[in-house]
Design a protein around this ligand. Sequence first.
Ligand SMILES: [Zn+2]
Length: 993
Amino acid sequence: MIDVERQTIERDESKVVNTPPPNKSVTSACPVCGDTAQLKLLCKVDAFDIKACGVCETEYADSMPSAYELKQYYDRREWFEGGEPGGYQNYDKQTEWSLDLVTSLLAEFPGGAERSVLDIGCGYGTHLALAAERGWKCFGVEPSNHARGIAKQRLGGRAFVVEDTAELIPHEFDLVLILDTIEHLPSPYALLYSLFSIGAITAKTRVVISTPNAGSADAKRDPATWAYRHPPSHLVYYSERALTYLLQHLHFTTIDIRGTGPDNAGLLASASGSDFTDFMRERYVPGTWSKIAEYEHVPRYALAKDVVKGKTVLDFGCGTGYGAAKLATQAASVTGLDIDTAAIRWASATHRNDNLKFVCLADLGASLPAASFDVVTCFEMIEHVDHETQKALIASFARLLKPDGVMLISTPNPETTKLYGANPYHIREMNEAELHDLVSPHFSAVQILRQHVRAGVTFELGDNNAALRSSFISEAHSTSPDTALAFIAVCGQASLAPHQLASVFFDRGVDYISTFMSTQNTLTRTRLDLYLQSEVSANYQGQAQKYESLAKVYEKQTSEFVKQIAAYETQTIAFQQQAQQIAAEIAQTRTERNLALHEREQAKAETQDVRMAYHHLSQRRDIELSSPRFLLRQAYAAIKARIQQQLARPPTKVEFASQEAVTHEALAALMAHPPTLAGTKKPFACSLVIPTKNGGDLFKTVVAGLQRQTIWPNVEFIIVDSGSTDDTIAIAKAAGAECYTIPPSEFNHGSTRDFAIGKASSNKIVLTVQDATPLDVQMIEKLLSAFEDPEVVGAYGRQIPQPDADAITKRNLNTWLTGRTVREVRALPDPAAYDTWPPMERYLASNFDNVCSAIRKSEWEVRPFGRVDFGEDIEWAQSALIRGRRIVYEPTAAVVHSHDRPIAYEYKRTYVCHRKLNQLFGLHMVPTLGRAVQGWLHMMISDMGYTMRAKVPLATKIKLLAKLPALTAMQILGQYQGAKDHLDKSQKKISGV
Ligand SMILES: [Zn+2]
């Protein structure tokens, strides 16, 4: 605020024109309302006069330090941490109180949209840190190098912190904080105008100001010793009224001011709704626009000051009134006229002088009396109206002027304004000729001055530059002392006159405006670039931090996973051990279960045995029963009989005692060894094995014959059925047989019998077939009787043809080996020599037939039948004989068994029979085809003769005779081919025999 230059000028001029002021107060103006008339000295603090404004209640230190001095003052760390008067002992601690305030302020803004905050005098950046944490875009202004350095260090890229508002980018903020800062500023307007000029504060911006309360009781009690009155750090002291004045003056419409702290020691103002940005864009307010605007506007009034001295002046289009106020310092009276009420209101509130008045009129001055002004000034106005209005205006000015009056009117040069860009408020700008054309109709003398802004060099005599009176002195606050470039001594015996020495040198070669504009544009662009870069780098920094923290999280997770994996591994090992244990237990359980199943099967079998045994016992009344139950019953019956005897003849005492003792003894013995079912088990006399398949009615007859066997209840009956579709199995079951079934394809004369014998429990196995009927009730017993000789391992019985068999079949069977009536016990005297025997002899020695046979299981276990298609019986007998065993032919054991075979079957049977015989004994009865024909003829003739002699009905005889040639042919051919095929190693598969 201190502008030594201006004060000097004013003092100089006042010396020339006005009476000297009564005290210094008139030389300064209120920093808030600009008043100069109602200022009073409130007190003195150190070297400072403290003034109080009678208009707006603002108090301030007069003779303020320059901005340069202030900068030096605040750049030091000591002010923030040194405990100086007016400074801080510990900045962070002493500003802590404001953190809650800022936190709650930030919370008042709804989230979602990206918010931005500007903190003026942001200090160490503690407020911005809070906002940054909440995602706000953060900007700070901090002139102190020390504090700004710390703020930048702490905030990093999270905030854009600059030294001066001029470095800010044009941006509209949601929140502007001016906390405990405004009292440090010589003028609040320099700051606020700069913010409005870049659009930082708009109608929706909320401005929050905190400052010590100069209206508090504490401040009023003794103004000089008030704790907050410490210039040069605190320079302006605001009461509620002063703050209100300031905010209203800046067009804030919503203003809330309240006292804070004990006894309202502080003030907190919240203001919004200001349209001042728009206001100052349309109207020139000194200090708000650029230097160029200042160079355009202010010097015109400086020029006019010489013209208006002591005159009656009309300032037409006065706007905010700064020019009228300037003229009023020289003129007798000044009337400021404007069409805009807001401007007139601003002008009236800002500029006070007894010879100055502002009027709002929209009639181009028509309502004002004619010839009432000596001078009419109209600057920066005529270009805002159209050509017609311009002409009307000039006419009006001519009317209002006294005959010797002077009109000063300006218009911008379109050649220059095009550098500024489009201006929507300018309707008609004029060049020099056009301006001349506009005014010349009403004025005979027209002189047109060309206004230049130039780079200049002056020579001045000390600070007394009266010779340069008309030169323009900047209204702006200088940021540095007005330092001379060099000094020039003018020497002689007498001083030269000041006007001789005062000189101004202008450089016409510099286009100041275009250079300035271009520099300005470049600066703005650079600031924007700088900001964008800082934003980008802040984003990267933020992302880097985010990734860093993410990396930490992942690291932590990873280590947790590693721990978990280790835990799982341990668990897995434990589970594996458990699994092994369980598997072992399962295996154990399985073994136990199998054992149990086995035992159950055994128990079942035993139960069955017992049941069978009991059944047999109950049926066999003729044999000696020795079962415990029988014995018990017998004992009981005996006791009962004795008791009856005793009842009939009462026993003597001795007898009774003896009998009683015996009875007791018997009962006790019985109780000590109770009968069990297992104890009743009795082995079968033999096991009877029959392979079956669709046995038909004949099988029923066969089974009935078997059941009639005297030994029957003591026979284990086993059948192996290979696919019966009739009631064969049912018949067997009804006779108490154990029935096993095998698929038809599995049937084999050797292995199927082996299978059944494997099931047998007796050592004596009786083998017969489903179509061999026992001749009598002792067939089995007679077969088994052969085993009385321990050397005998097999016995076979006689086969008797069916009564209805044909004569040839009967003859063949009866004359064959199984038709003989003499018992035979066969053994090889020298088994080693057996191989040397002729085939037929070997064959005859080995003869054996499972149609009716019995074998020892113990021998079978040594040598089972094996998988043999045909002749398994002969093969087995041969093997037994070679091992030195005995075979018995028992003709008294007989079955009725014969086949009336079809011719084709006869061939097949003979074929396999002789193939087997050749295999076993080398038998080759029909070695050649020639012998076959001979044999056939011999056999046919012989059979035919036998048939003719047979005692059979003639029809049967003829039928048989007709069959004989083919039948005998088949038999001979079968003998020939069977042996031949064995010799040729031909493996023809023959089934159905
Ligand atoms: Zn004031």
